[in-house]
Design a protein around this ligand. Structure first.
Ligand code: C2E
Ligand code: CA
Ligand code: CA
Ligand code: CA
Length: 276
């Protein structure tokens, strides 16, 4: 039994090491990815209950020369740890400003574009000056930008967090709480944050058909949002049953494969062209 345990231990250790090596390689490759034009921004449309496009979320994609498409779930954590997320995040933000200006130039309907902001980005002292710098440089109306934050931004210093969020709101951008219901912030905390929108996490949406407890959570989040005068986006809507349940319970906006996957910019613009 002892020797078997030891063999397992060795196996486990070498498995960990290969993950570490793999991550180190990814980090090195990621350093070049921006310069090599391997990063692309996709847009996932957001819909209202009439299934009209009312916005989109920018989601980054990495076309790795050898590995093919690498999921952001895999490389965003590496980008956060290595602080590469700072440059990547600014680049994504610029791409979104460019899209808004292109829509305006082509006389297409302009819809707000949501950008994900990691806690690492949010907690930088130069966050606001950088975002305002890009808005100014690209002459973009901040009313068309929404920032998606997670509850982790508020973990360290509550007062600074509220101050920074207030400044972002005053600059004209809007704020959404992403993955709502999966973090651990208290409701009294939530009440103090100047948010426009709550995004119900897809794990609750996915389980709507499975039973009453997820249905109860979804209903509670919608009631909470109404009470705090925030709008609600449901993410990960995959079935008509989920859509109908959400619609019957007063959900404002919908995002998910049922309505559209994240798509390249040209395809997103074509959808807006059709709408016009
Ligand atoms: P997220 O912000 O929660 O984004 C939603 C994720 O759900 C996206 O995964 C999206 O493609 C996926 N999704 C949308 N609809 C459905 C559906 O109906 N079913 C299922 N199963 N999935 C759906 P994605 O694009 O792989 O992104 C994963 C995460 O990576 C994002 O989660 C976000 O946290 C992060 N991320 C992506 N782009 C950026 C970025 O530009 N900056 C930062 N900081 N993080 C990003
Ligand atoms: Ca998001
Ligand atoms: Ca989310
Ligand atoms: Ca998520």
């Amino acid at each position: 039994a002892k020797s078997a345990g030891r063999a397992n231990f060795h196996f486990y250790q070498s498995a960990m090491t290969s993950t570490a090596v793999e991550n180190l390689k990814l980090e090195n490759d990621l350093r070049q990815a921006l310069d090599n034009n391997e990063l692309v921004v996709y847009f996932q449309p957001k819909f209202d209950s009439e299934q009209e496009i009312v916005g989109a979320e920018a989601l980054i994609r990495w076309m790795h020369p050898e590995l093919g498409m690498v999921s952001p779930a895999k490389f965003i954590p590496i980008a956060e740890q290595s602080l590469l997320i700072i440059d990547i995040g600014r680049w994504v933000f610029e791409q979104c400003c460019d899209l808004i200006n292109e829509l305006s130039d082509k006389n297409l309907t302009i819809v707000p574009i949501a950008v994900n902001l990691s806690a690492v980005e949010f907690n930088r002292d130069d966050l606001i000056s950088h975002l305002l710098g890009i808005l100014d440089k690209t002459q973009t109306n901040p009313n068309y930008i929404e920032l998606e934050l997670t509850e982790s931004v508020a973990l360290t210093n509550k007062d600074i967090c509220i101050q920074r969020m207030t400044a972002l709101r005053e600059s004209g951008m809007s704020l959404a709480m992403d993955d709502f219901g999966t973090g651990f912030s208290s409701l009294s905390y939530l009440q103090e944050l100047p948010l426009n929108t709550l995004k119900i996490d897809q794990q609750f949406v996915r389980n709507i058909e499975l039973g009453e407890s997820s249905q109860a959570i979804v209903k509670a989040v919608m009631a909470l949002a109404k009470g705090l005068s925030m709008s609600v986006v449901a993410e990960g809507v995959e079935t008509p049953e989920q859509f109908n349940f959400l619609a019957e319970n007063g959900c404002d906006f919908y995002q998910g494969y049922l309505l559209s996957k994240p798509i390249p910019k040209v395809d997103f613009m074509a959808k807006l062209e059709a709408k016009k």
